[in-house]
Design a protein around this ligand. Structure first.
Ligand SMILES: [Zn+2]
Length: 66
């Protein structure tokens, strides 16, 4: 059994979208992942904006968000 990925900042368990968004906004090859709330904080955005971006990336067919 593999451990679920956790946010390196707050320890929250991560969903697929959190992982994809970390890759998109930080680095595709990153081994450290953040939850949406910590990503939002880091980039001085809101979680709502990140959720909207996830929808946009998915609609654009970004391979990270399949
Ligand atoms: Zn977090």
């Amino acid at each position: 059994m593999t451990e679920p990925l956790r946010c390196v900042r707050c320890g929250a368990p991560l969903m697929k979208d959190d992982v994809a968004m970390t890759r998109k906004m930080i680095n595709r090859g990153t081994e450290t992942f953040y939850c949406l709330s910590c990503l939002a904080d880091h980039f001085e955005l809101t979680e709502d904006i990140l959720r909207e971006k996830i929808k946009e990336f998915r609609a654009m067919g970004c391979t990270l968000f399949q």
